[in-house]
Design a protein around this ligand. Structure first.
Ligand code: 3YP
Ligand code: ZN
Length: 371
C-alpha cells in the first residue's frame, strides 16, 4: 500500500473574522477594550499551516482540496432550523456573530464553515477509499461544541460528525470512532451520537473547563448508544504522562474492543502547556506520543484508516509545533524539532500523579460494555 498522507488547508480558513473582542465582544460600557486579536483569531492556524510549509513537511504530504460541504452533508447531523439560522447570521448585518457574541465568523463567513466541514469530508473520503493512507485536515472554524441544533464555543458545524455521517451514509461504513483530544469537552459530538452505537465517541478533556456542565464520567450514552460514549475528565495540570496513561489504559483498549472501520481524531492543541484557554501541560512530544498510539492502533484494527481533523488550540506560538509533531508522526519524518521544549519541558506533567490515575482508572470497567 502506498503511504500517502493527505493534508487539507484552504486560505479562507484564516479569513474567519472573529471580530474586535478578545473572547467576549468588545463593549465600551462594560469597559472591555477592543483587542483585534480574539483568542480564536485564525492567525494561530495560519501559522501552523505556514510551519507545515517552511519546515519542509509539505514535501511529504499530498495536498487535498477542500470542497464546500453541501446542505445535504450538513443536514445528516444538523437540523434545518440551525442551518437556516446560521445562513441568516452570516447573511445579515449581524456580520456573522452568533447569539453568544463569542462564536463569530464574519459577514458571509458561512462559506468558510461549509469549506471547513467539506475539508473533513474530502480527507475522510480519500482515506476510506484507499487513495490516502491517512491525513490531517487543518480546518477552521472548529466543530466539536456544535450540537444538532446549536452553534457554540467558536463552532458552527460539527465537522468530525459531518465526516462520520458521510462515511456511514455515503461510503457505507458501519462503525466509526471519534476520539476528541481537544482540551474542552466534545459536547456537540457527544450529543449528536448519544443514542447511537454506530459511532463510538471518546472525549479526553480538562474537567469542567468548557462547557462546565458536561463531560463527566457518568455520561455514557442512552438507549442503543449506552456504553458508546466515554468521557475522560482529567484534572487541571495534567500533562504528557496523564495523557499517555489515559490512551494506553482507556482510549486504545476501547478502540480495540469496538473495532471501528475508521477512526476520526478531533485534534485540538489547547491542552498544550502554553494555551490560554485551559490549564493543562501537554508538550509537542505528548501529542506525538498519543498520535503514535492511535496510529499503531489503527494499523492493528482498521487497516490504518484514521483521519485527523483540527479542533481548537490558542497559543499562536506553540500550536504550530504541536501540530507539526502530529504531522511528523504521520509522515515518519522529523524535519523540525520542538524549539520550546527546552523552556517548557521541565515545568511538570511528565509524571503520572495519583489523582490523575484515579480519574482514568474509573473508566476501565466501562470498556467491557462495548460490543
Ligand atoms: C469557548 C468559550 C470559552 C472557552 C472556549 C473554548 C473553545 C474551544 O476551544 N473548544 O474546543
Ligand atoms: Zn478546545
Amino acid at each position: 500500500m502506498s503511504k500517502k498522507i493527505g493534508y487539507v488547508w484552504n486560505t479562507l480558513y484564516s479569513w474567519v473574522d472573529t471580530g474586535t473582542g478578545g473572547l467576549l465582544s468588545a463593549n465600551l460600557s462594560a469597559r472591555i477594550q477592543p483587542s483585534y486579536q480574539h483568542l480564536s483569531h485564525p492567525d494561530t492556524k495560519r501559522r501552523f499551516n505556514e510551519l507545515v510549509h517552511t519546515s519542509g513537511q509539505i514535501d511529504y504530504l499530498t495536498p487535498v482540496k477542500a470542497k464546500a460541504a453541501t446542505d445535504e452533508d450538513i443536514l445528516r447531523v444538523h437540523t434545518l432550523e440551525i442551518l437556516n439560522k446560521v445562513k441568516q447570521i452570516s447573511d445579515l448585518a449581524t456580520g456573522g456573530v452568533a447569539d453568544d457574541g463569542v462564536t463569530n465568523i464574519g459577514n458571509g463567513g458561512i462559506e468558510i464553515a461549509y469549506l471547513s466541514a467539506g475539508g473533513a469530508i474530502e480527507l475522510t473520503k480519500k482515506v476510506v477509499n484507499g487513495e490516502l493512507s491517512t491525513g490531517y485536515a487543518l480546518i477552521n472554524p472548529p466543530g466539536h461544541h456544535a450540537t444538532r441544533g446549536e452553534t457554540m464555543g467558536f463552532c458552527y458545524f460539527n465537522n468530525t460528525s459531518v465526516a462520520a455521517a458521510y462515511a456511514k451514509e455515503v461510503l457505507g461504513l458501519k462503525r466509526i470512532a471519534i476520539v476528541d483530544w481537544d482540551v474542552h469537552h466534545g459536547n456537540g459530538t457527544q450529543d449528536i451520537w448519544y443514542k447511537d452505537s454506530s459511532v463510538l465517541t471518546i472525549s479526553i478533556h480538562q474537567d469542567c473547563c468548557f462547557p462546565s456542565n458536561s463531560g463527566f464520567i457518568d455520561e455514557r450514552g442512552e438507549s442503543d448508544g449506552f456504553g458508546y460514549n466515554l468521557n475522560i475528565p482529567l484534572p487541571p495540570g495534567s500533562g504528557n504522562a496523564a495523557y499517555q496513561y489515559a490512551f494506553e489504559t482507556v482510549v486504545i483498549p476501547a478502540l480495540k474492543q469496538y473495532q471501528p472501520e475508521l477512526i476520526i481524531v478531533g485534534s485540538g492543541f489547547d491542552a498544550s502547556i502554553l494555551d490560554p484557554l485551559s490549564r493543562m501541560m501537554v508538550l509537542a512530544d505528548g501529542f506525538k506520543a498519543i498520535t503514535q498510539q492511535v496510529l499503531n492502533c489503527a494499523n492493528e484494527i482498521c487497516e490504518g484508516k484514521i483521519v485527523f481533523v483540527q479542533e481548537g488550540g490558542y497559543s499562536p506560538h506553540y500550536v504550530p509545533f504541536c501540530g507539526l509533531a502530529v504531522i511528523q508522526t504521520l509522515t515518519g519524518v522529523e524535519t523540525v524539532a520542538d524549539p520550546f521544549k527546552e523552556f517548557v519541558g521541565s515545568m511538570g506533567g511528565d509524571k503520572l500523579l495519583d489523582h490523575e490515575k484515579q480519574v482514568v482508572d474509573q473508566l476501565i470497567p466501562f470498556i467491557k460494555d462495548i460490543q
